[in-house]
Design a protein around this ligand. Structure first.
Ligand code: FAD
Ligand code: 2HG
Ligand code: ZN
Length: 461
């Protein structure tokens, strides 16, 4: 019988089956460097039919598949399990969607676009912008993160408070299910109550139910005017209060982000940036308003009413000055990566509990990992803190468990936007009941009975 590589080469062409160690290696480790393991190889199909044929080949051979898009995920869901993890059976094949880059023309009547799974977020944003429209989700990994990966993780990002997460942008999905059936809802219907919404079932499924091959996405009118303000404040509680006031007084608030002096220092040091304000503050609130007219004036007026003084504020209206202010926030992930392999905890609580969460995380990390470096930032409007801890060995999850349990004890979630992946598999029971996890397993068995897709991601293998 022909080898797996020969069979796959038949399907996608030999050039798109990678088996040499140095070619395969970059696909085997995640962006953070914390997660990864060996793979049998990488296969790069270019169409839905090829994805179906690859899946069929793997099912016949009993080879598990790890689905990978841009490999910017932060919970280890798009890379193989580590060699030391319990991995019964053979190493998986990585199915990379990066050749599925078809982007249809923007539909300017329906304000929609159909994108192949491997199309990057930046490409969708660019295409929408060229048609006078915009896409509702934005995040710093825009140059690499793919639409398939963003749908599979229900990515959030910086505009959730105005436009929602990826789920809200998905009109329909095409996917090859684990058992080979194809679901395709790319017709662009805004109203369609004809049964279960299989597209939305794919959103947030982290590659465990099907391989997304394309998505029909909702677009928005572009906002020609944009204004950013960076406010230095005394505490997280004050940032939350300021945001509540701004929400009442401004229209078009589309981002509200928080970071702290230690994170800002790190960003400035690592990227050789001057501090944004003349005075240092414990906490920084970055807000952005976007719309058609008078956006900057309205934001400045609101800040005036709030009594914010110029020493504690920087305003960016021109695209370059707005981008300069955004950089202080967006460069946090890269700056932290320069310190070592981080433990990333992406937790959320109700917005009115955020200040308590922040303080409790500081106490908890000090207690369980006193030598560690702790850097936090997040999406304050969504009650979402990104807790990054550098110091403890990658395999030691003491600090992870402490922070996740803390978030749950405050009524929060162990995953605000990055997903469960492999990183938080053991903690899923903290937030999902026995009945819920059992229902999830039933869905998994119904769509992927052989358990070929992403075993050990989101649910135990
Ligand atoms: P991958 O990392 O390749 O995969 C992620 C998961 O999706 C895996 O489980 C994988 O198996 C699955 N998957 C991928 N493609 C498919 C497919 N076609 N079909 C089925 N399953 C698939 N995330 C946020 O939510 N908000 C942020 O603000 C944010 N900012 C980030 C900033 C930086 C600098 C970085 C590095 C990451 C950031 N992320 C953020 C995380 C990341 O960008 C998202 O999780 C992204 O959605 C993953 O897309 P990807 O193509 O890289 O997917
Ligand atoms: C962000 O909002 C991303 O910056 C990444 O979600 C968070 O790196 C992180 O911990
Ligand atoms: Zn985030």
């Amino acid at each position: 019988m022909a080898s797996l590589v020969d069979q796959l080469s038949e399907v996608v062409g030999g050039a798109h089956v990678l088996t040499e160690a140095d070619m395969v290696a970059p696909y085997c480790r995640d962006w953070t460097g914390r997660w990864g393991g060996p793979a049998a190889g990488v296969v790069r199909p270019a169409s839905t039919a090829e994805v179906g044929a690859v899946l069929e080949t793997c099912r016949r051979n009993g080879t598990p598949i790890v689905v990978q898009g841009g490999n910017t995920g932060l919970v280890g869901g798009g890379v193989p399990a580590s060699a030391t993890a319990e991995r019964p059976g053979r190493p998986p094949l990585i199915l990379s969607t990066t050749r599925m880059r078809g982007l249809e023309p923007v539909d300017t009547t329906c304000w929609q676009v159909t994108a192949g799974a491997g199309v990057t977020l930046a490409a969708v944003q660019e295409a929408a912008g060229a048609s006078g429209l915009a896409f509702g989700v934005d995040l710093a990994a825009r140059g690499s993160a793919t639409i398939g990966g963003m749908v599979a993780t229900n990515a959030g990002g910086i505009h959730v408070l105005r436009y929602g997460a990826m789920r809200q942008q998905v009109v329909g999905v095409e996917a090859v299910l684990g058992d080979g059936r194809v679901v395709s809802r790319l017709d662009g219907l805004l109203k369609d109550n004809s049964g279960y919404d299989l597209s939305q079932l794919m959103v947030g499924s982290e590659g465990t139910l099907g391989i997304i091959t394309a998505a029909r996405l909702r677009l928005l009118p572009a906002s020609p005017e944009r204004a950013v303000a960076l406010l230095g404040v005394a505490s997280t509680a004050e940032a939350v209060r300021a945001l509540a006031e701004l929400r009442e007084m401004t229209e078009g608030l589309d981002a509200a982000e928080i970071f702290y002096q230690d994170g800002l220092d790190l960003v400035c040091r690592h990227f050789h940036l001057p501090p944004p304000l003349n005075t240092a503050f414990p906490v920084y609130l970055l807000v952005e308003c976007a719309g058609r007219v008078r956006v900057a004036d309205a934001l400045v007026d609101a800040l005036g009413v709030m009594g914010v003084d110029e020493h504690s504020t920087a305003i960016g209206v021109e695209p370059s000055s707005a981008a300069r202010l955004w950089a202080y926030r967006e460069l946090h992930t890269d700056a932290v990566a320069s310190l070592g392999v981080p433990h990333k905890l992406d937790v959320s609580v109700r917005v009115d509990m955020l200040a308590e969460l922040e303080q409790a995380v500081r106490r908890s990390v000090r207690r369980v990992a006193p030598e560690a470096t702790l850097v936090m930032w997040g999406h304050v409007g969504d009650g979402n803190l990104h807790v990054n801890v550098i110091g403890p060995p990658a395999g030691d999850d003491t600090v992870d468990v402490a922070v996740l349990e803390l978030a749950v004890s405050l009524g929060g979630s162990i995953s605000a936007e990055h997903g469960i992946g492999r990183a938080k598999l053991a903690q899923l029971a903290l937030v999902r009941s026995d009945d819920e996890r059992s229902a999830m397993r039933s869905i998994k068995r119904a769509l992927d009975p052989a358990g070929v897709l992403n075993p050990g991601v989101l649910l135990p293998a």
